[in-house]
Design a protein around this ligand. Structure first.
Ligand SMILES: C[S@@+](CC[C@H](N)C(=O)[O-])C[C@H]1O[C@@H](n2cnc3c(N)ncnc32)[C@H](O)[C@@H]1O
Length: 242
């Protein structure tokens, strides 16, 4: 669908690899991928069990993202959202695809909620890997956040690579009920900082459509897909309600 300003959106029920492969070279300013986390659980809307083990998970995720090496624009970025279970394995494999020099940041999303444990440190963060197609040519506008130090009281500073953004609570208006939904504030930060105004955002594992809503709010075009019919229906509902 394209609107009067030329902005467009495209939503498909599709395998991530097929959606990415269908895109033209140099056509995506920002890709955000939030695949399953190798939790070994059936979430209902999608199944995160991997009977063939970790290697099969890493291979599937990396295969779906590798074609972005040519689909991103020369100034484009890829953000890959994972957690402690797989991030180190996927990082090593993605370095081989995009080049270790193209890896610019390991972002820690510190979310506060959940993660209790008596016999280990409570797990309270996810990790987001940031790659660019061409380091130095990439588009980036560092967001600003309130400074915490007494010296800078009342001022703001460039956001560092640890992001304190609360997870969605049970009462939040943005909650869709889709499992593993990410907060809009997280996606707004990624879209605003790494996709130029009017640019194109891709999310091939879109779930409830958080990336699509962030792109809409910020005036970017978007392309999204998910293999789950429930994800596509939730995304449609959500965007109609915005
Ligand atoms: C962690 S969830 C994404 C949540 C999303 N970021 C949100 O805010 O709602 C992962 C999604 O990947 C989808 N998925 C899993 N394997 C896939 C594949 N091979 N191709 C496309 N989608 C896939 C699942 O159906 C699920 O919706």
């Amino acid at each position: 669908m394209t609107d009067a300003t030329g902005r467009f959106c495209r939503l498909e029920q599709a395998e991530a690899i097929d959606l990415v492969m269908s895109l033209a070279p140099d056509s995506v300013d920002l890709a955000y991928a939030d695949p399953p986390f190798f939790t070994g659980r059936d979430h209902g809307a999608f199944d995160d069990r991997w009977p063939d083990g970790l290697a099969s998970f890493v291979e599937a995720v990396v295969a779906s993202l590798a074609p972005l090496a040519t689909r991103l624009t020369p100034s484009g970025s890829l953000y890959v959202h994972l957690d402690w279970r797989t991030v180190h394995h996927v990082k090593v494999a993605l370095d081989d695809v995009f080049g270790a020099d193209s890896f610019l940041n390991e972002i820690i999303w510190s979310y506060g909620l959940g993660g209790s444990g008596k016999r280990w440190w409570p797990r309270k963060h996810d990790t987001i890997l940031w790659y660019v197609r061409n380091p130095g040519q990439h588009w980036f506008e560092a967001p600003r956040v309130p400074a915490r130090s007494r010296r800078m009281a009342g001022q703001d500073k460039k956001a560092p690579d640890v992001w304190d953004i609360p997870a969605i609570n049970n009462m939040a208006r943005e909650r869709t009920g889709y499992p593993t939904q990410k907060p809009l504030a997280l996606l707004e930060r990624i879209v605003a900082s790494s996709c130029p105004p009017g640019g194109v955002v891709l999310d091939p594992y879109c779930g409830s459509g958080t990336t699509c809503e962030a792109a809409e709010r910020l005036g970017r075009s978007w392309i999204a897909g998910d293999r789950s019919a429930e994800a596509v229906a939730t995304t449609k509902r959500r965007l109609t309600a915005t």
